[in-house]
Design a protein around this ligand. Structure first.
Ligand code: ADP
Ligand code: 5GP
Length: 194
Protein backbone atom coordinates (compact mmCIF):
# COMPACT_ATOMS: atom_id res chain seq x y z
CA UNK A 1 0.00 0.00 0.00
CA UNK A 2 1.48 3.41 -0.91
CA UNK A 3 2.22 5.80 1.93
CA UNK A 4 -1.06 7.62 2.53
CA UNK A 5 -1.13 11.31 1.64
CA UNK A 6 -4.26 12.92 2.85
CA UNK A 7 -5.42 16.46 2.21
CA UNK A 8 -7.59 17.97 4.91
CA UNK A 9 -9.54 21.14 4.33
CA UNK A 10 -11.23 22.65 7.32
CA UNK A 11 -13.20 25.83 7.92
CA UNK A 12 -16.10 27.32 9.80
CA UNK A 13 -19.34 26.58 7.95
CA UNK A 14 -19.84 29.12 5.17
CA UNK A 15 -16.17 30.08 4.77
CA UNK A 16 -15.97 28.59 1.27
CA UNK A 17 -14.54 25.14 1.90
CA UNK A 18 -16.92 23.25 -0.40
CA UNK A 19 -16.43 25.76 -3.21
CA UNK A 20 -12.65 25.43 -2.96
CA UNK A 21 -12.71 21.64 -2.56
CA UNK A 22 -14.85 21.25 -5.71
CA UNK A 23 -12.41 23.36 -7.71
CA UNK A 24 -9.48 21.25 -6.51
CA UNK A 25 -11.15 17.95 -7.41
CA UNK A 26 -12.10 19.33 -10.83
CA UNK A 27 -8.55 20.48 -11.54
CA UNK A 28 -6.36 17.76 -10.01
CA UNK A 29 -6.94 14.28 -11.48
CA UNK A 30 -5.27 12.64 -8.51
CA UNK A 31 -7.43 14.25 -5.83
CA UNK A 32 -10.72 12.61 -4.88
CA UNK A 33 -13.36 13.60 -2.34
CA UNK A 34 -13.56 11.33 0.65
CA UNK A 35 -17.32 10.73 0.91
CA UNK A 36 -18.29 10.80 4.60
CA UNK A 37 -21.20 9.11 6.32
CA UNK A 38 -23.81 11.19 8.13
CA UNK A 39 -27.11 10.87 9.96
CA UNK A 40 -28.21 14.30 8.64
CA UNK A 41 -31.04 14.10 6.09
CA UNK A 42 -30.03 14.88 2.50
CA UNK A 43 -30.59 18.38 1.07
CA UNK A 44 -32.66 18.44 -2.12
CA UNK A 45 -29.60 18.43 -4.42
CA UNK A 46 -27.57 15.82 -2.53
CA UNK A 47 -27.18 12.22 -3.64
CA UNK A 48 -26.46 9.18 -1.51
CA UNK A 49 -22.95 7.84 -2.11
CA UNK A 50 -21.89 11.05 -3.91
CA UNK A 51 -22.25 13.84 -1.34
CA UNK A 52 -22.53 11.59 1.72
CA UNK A 53 -23.55 8.09 2.67
CA UNK A 54 -26.81 8.92 4.41
CA UNK A 55 -27.31 6.52 7.32
CA UNK A 56 -29.91 6.02 10.03
CA UNK A 57 -28.70 6.61 13.61
CA UNK A 58 -28.68 2.81 14.13
CA UNK A 59 -26.62 2.16 11.02
CA UNK A 60 -24.15 4.86 12.07
CA UNK A 61 -23.88 3.44 15.59
CA UNK A 62 -23.21 -0.03 14.20
CA UNK A 63 -20.32 1.32 12.13
CA UNK A 64 -18.89 2.99 15.24
CA UNK A 65 -19.19 -0.29 17.16
CA UNK A 66 -17.36 -2.33 14.53
CA UNK A 67 -14.61 0.30 14.06
CA UNK A 68 -15.42 1.40 10.52
CA UNK A 69 -14.67 5.09 11.18
CA UNK A 70 -11.25 6.75 11.16
CA UNK A 71 -12.93 9.54 13.10
CA UNK A 72 -16.46 10.73 13.74
CA UNK A 73 -18.08 13.71 15.46
CA UNK A 74 -21.49 14.93 16.47
CA UNK A 75 -21.78 18.25 14.67
CA UNK A 76 -25.01 20.22 14.17
CA UNK A 77 -28.38 19.35 15.75
CA UNK A 78 -26.96 16.09 17.12
CA UNK A 79 -26.26 14.84 13.63
CA UNK A 80 -23.23 12.60 13.36
CA UNK A 81 -20.61 12.73 10.63
CA UNK A 82 -17.72 10.33 10.12
CA UNK A 83 -14.84 9.46 7.81
CA UNK A 84 -15.03 5.87 6.62
CA UNK A 85 -11.81 3.86 6.77
CA UNK A 86 -12.87 1.82 3.72
CA UNK A 87 -13.29 4.95 1.55
CA UNK A 88 -9.83 6.30 2.42
CA UNK A 89 -8.11 2.93 2.07
CA UNK A 90 -9.60 2.32 -1.37
CA UNK A 91 -8.66 5.76 -2.67
CA UNK A 92 -5.09 5.39 -1.45
CA UNK A 93 -4.84 1.86 -2.88
CA UNK A 94 -6.04 3.21 -6.24
CA UNK A 95 -3.34 5.91 -6.14
CA UNK A 96 -5.50 8.93 -5.29
CA UNK A 97 -5.11 11.63 -2.64
CA UNK A 98 -8.22 11.67 -0.48
CA UNK A 99 -9.51 15.17 0.18
CA UNK A 100 -11.30 15.35 3.53
CA UNK A 101 -13.84 18.06 4.21
CA UNK A 102 -14.38 17.74 7.96
CA UNK A 103 -15.01 20.06 10.89
CA UNK A 104 -12.21 21.18 13.19
CA UNK A 105 -12.24 18.37 15.77
CA UNK A 106 -12.32 15.68 13.11
CA UNK A 107 -9.46 17.40 11.30
CA UNK A 108 -7.33 17.55 14.46
CA UNK A 109 -8.05 13.86 15.05
CA UNK A 110 -6.93 12.97 11.49
CA UNK A 111 -3.79 15.11 11.87
CA UNK A 112 -2.92 13.25 15.04
CA UNK A 113 -3.31 9.87 13.37
CA UNK A 114 -1.56 10.72 10.10
CA UNK A 115 1.06 13.31 11.15
CA UNK A 116 3.29 14.25 8.20
CA UNK A 117 1.30 12.07 5.86
CA UNK A 118 -1.44 14.68 5.91
CA UNK A 119 -1.41 18.29 4.70
CA UNK A 120 -4.03 20.58 6.20
CA UNK A 121 -5.60 23.90 5.20
CA UNK A 122 -7.74 26.13 7.39
CA UNK A 123 -10.00 28.36 5.29
CA UNK A 124 -10.61 31.58 7.17
CA UNK A 125 -13.42 34.01 6.33
CA UNK A 126 -12.30 37.67 6.15
CA UNK A 127 -14.62 38.44 9.12
CA UNK A 128 -17.61 37.04 11.02
CA UNK A 129 -19.86 39.65 9.34
CA UNK A 130 -18.83 38.40 5.91
CA UNK A 131 -19.33 34.83 7.07
CA UNK A 132 -22.89 35.70 8.09
CA UNK A 133 -23.51 37.30 4.66
CA UNK A 134 -22.24 34.21 2.85
CA UNK A 135 -24.33 31.85 4.93
CA UNK A 136 -27.39 34.02 4.33
CA UNK A 137 -26.88 34.35 0.59
CA UNK A 138 -26.19 30.62 0.17
CA UNK A 139 -29.84 30.23 1.11
CA UNK A 140 -29.54 26.79 2.71
CA UNK A 141 -29.84 27.71 6.39
CA UNK A 142 -32.53 29.00 8.74
CA UNK A 143 -31.82 32.04 10.94
CA UNK A 144 -31.39 29.67 13.87
CA UNK A 145 -28.92 27.50 12.01
CA UNK A 146 -26.94 30.58 10.92
CA UNK A 147 -26.73 31.79 14.52
CA UNK A 148 -25.54 28.36 15.65
CA UNK A 149 -22.89 28.20 12.91
CA UNK A 150 -21.60 31.72 13.71
CA UNK A 151 -21.31 30.87 17.37
CA UNK A 152 -19.39 27.74 16.51
CA UNK A 153 -17.23 29.65 13.99
CA UNK A 154 -15.97 31.98 16.73
CA UNK A 155 -14.59 28.99 18.62
CA UNK A 156 -13.21 27.31 15.50
CA UNK A 157 -11.33 30.44 14.41
CA UNK A 158 -9.26 30.22 17.58
CA UNK A 159 -7.88 26.88 16.41
CA UNK A 160 -6.73 28.08 12.98
CA UNK A 161 -3.04 28.02 13.89
CA UNK A 162 -3.16 24.29 14.63
CA UNK A 163 -3.26 23.64 10.87
CA UNK A 164 -0.40 23.69 8.35
CA UNK A 165 -1.72 26.57 6.22
CA UNK A 166 -4.22 29.32 7.03
CA UNK A 167 -5.83 30.67 3.86
CA UNK A 168 -7.97 33.80 4.06
CA UNK A 169 -10.84 33.38 1.61
CA UNK A 170 -11.32 37.04 0.72
CA UNK A 171 -11.24 36.78 -3.04
CA UNK A 172 -12.05 33.24 -4.17
CA UNK A 173 -9.64 33.15 -7.12
CA UNK A 174 -6.78 34.52 -5.05
CA UNK A 175 -7.40 32.07 -2.18
CA UNK A 176 -7.67 29.17 -4.61
CA UNK A 177 -4.39 30.08 -6.34
CA UNK A 178 -2.67 30.22 -2.96
CA UNK A 179 -3.83 26.69 -2.10
CA UNK A 180 -2.97 25.44 -5.56
CA UNK A 181 0.58 26.76 -5.33
CA UNK A 182 1.07 24.86 -2.06
CA UNK A 183 -0.62 21.66 -3.21
CA UNK A 184 0.93 21.34 -6.65
CA UNK A 185 4.41 20.27 -5.47
CA UNK A 186 2.86 18.07 -2.77
CA UNK A 187 0.78 16.17 -5.31
CA UNK A 188 3.55 16.00 -7.93
CA UNK A 189 6.13 14.73 -5.43
CA UNK A 190 3.87 12.10 -3.97
CA UNK A 191 1.71 10.78 -6.73
CA UNK A 192 1.96 7.13 -7.70
CA UNK A 193 1.67 5.95 -11.30
CA UNK A 194 -1.59 4.39 -12.23
P1 ADP B 1 -18.63 25.89 3.28
O1 ADP B 1 -18.49 24.65 2.47
O2 ADP B 1 -17.34 26.29 3.96
O3 ADP B 1 -19.79 25.85 4.24
P2 ADP B 1 -19.42 27.20 0.76
O4 ADP B 1 -18.35 26.74 -0.16
O5 ADP B 1 -20.78 26.58 0.64
O6 ADP B 1 -18.92 27.13 2.30
O7 ADP B 1 -19.51 28.79 0.62
C1 ADP B 1 -20.52 29.55 1.29
C2 ADP B 1 -21.11 30.59 0.31
O8 ADP B 1 -20.13 31.62 0.09
C3 ADP B 1 -21.46 29.99 -1.04
O9 ADP B 1 -22.66 30.59 -1.48
C4 ADP B 1 -20.27 30.40 -1.92
O10 ADP B 1 -20.64 30.53 -3.27
C5 ADP B 1 -19.83 31.74 -1.31
N1 ADP B 1 -18.38 32.02 -1.40
C6 ADP B 1 -17.33 31.17 -1.26
N2 ADP B 1 -16.15 31.84 -1.36
C7 ADP B 1 -16.45 33.14 -1.55
C8 ADP B 1 -15.67 34.33 -1.74
N3 ADP B 1 -14.32 34.32 -1.72
N4 ADP B 1 -16.33 35.49 -1.92
C9 ADP B 1 -17.69 35.53 -1.92
N5 ADP B 1 -18.50 34.45 -1.77
C10 ADP B 1 -17.89 33.27 -1.59
P1 5GP C 1 -22.90 19.93 6.23
O1 5GP C 1 -24.08 19.44 7.04
O2 5GP C 1 -22.95 21.41 5.99
O3 5GP C 1 -22.67 19.11 4.98
O4 5GP C 1 -21.58 19.68 7.12
C1 5GP C 1 -21.53 20.13 8.41
C2 5GP C 1 -20.11 20.01 8.93
O5 5GP C 1 -19.75 18.63 9.08
C3 5GP C 1 -19.06 20.63 8.01
O6 5GP C 1 -18.20 21.44 8.81
C4 5GP C 1 -18.32 19.44 7.47
O7 5GP C 1 -16.97 19.75 7.18
C5 5GP C 1 -18.43 18.47 8.62
N1 5GP C 1 -18.19 17.09 8.20
C6 5GP C 1 -18.57 16.49 7.05
N2 5GP C 1 -18.15 15.22 7.01
C7 5GP C 1 -17.47 14.99 8.16
C8 5GP C 1 -16.76 13.87 8.70
O8 5GP C 1 -16.67 12.80 8.11
N3 5GP C 1 -16.18 14.04 9.91
C9 5GP C 1 -16.26 15.20 10.60
N4 5GP C 1 -15.63 15.23 11.78
N5 5GP C 1 -16.90 16.28 10.13
C10 5GP C 1 -17.50 16.19 8.93
Amino acid sequence: MPDPKLIVIVAPSGAGKTTIARKLVAEFNHIRFSVSATTRPPRSYERDGVDYYFLTPDEFQHKIDVGEFLEWEEVFNNYRYGTLRSVIEKQIKDGYFPLLDVEVNGALNIKEQFGDRCISFFIQPPSLEILRDRLTSRGTETEQSIAYRLNRAEKELKLADRFDHVIVNDDLDRAYEEIKSILTPFVLNNQTNH
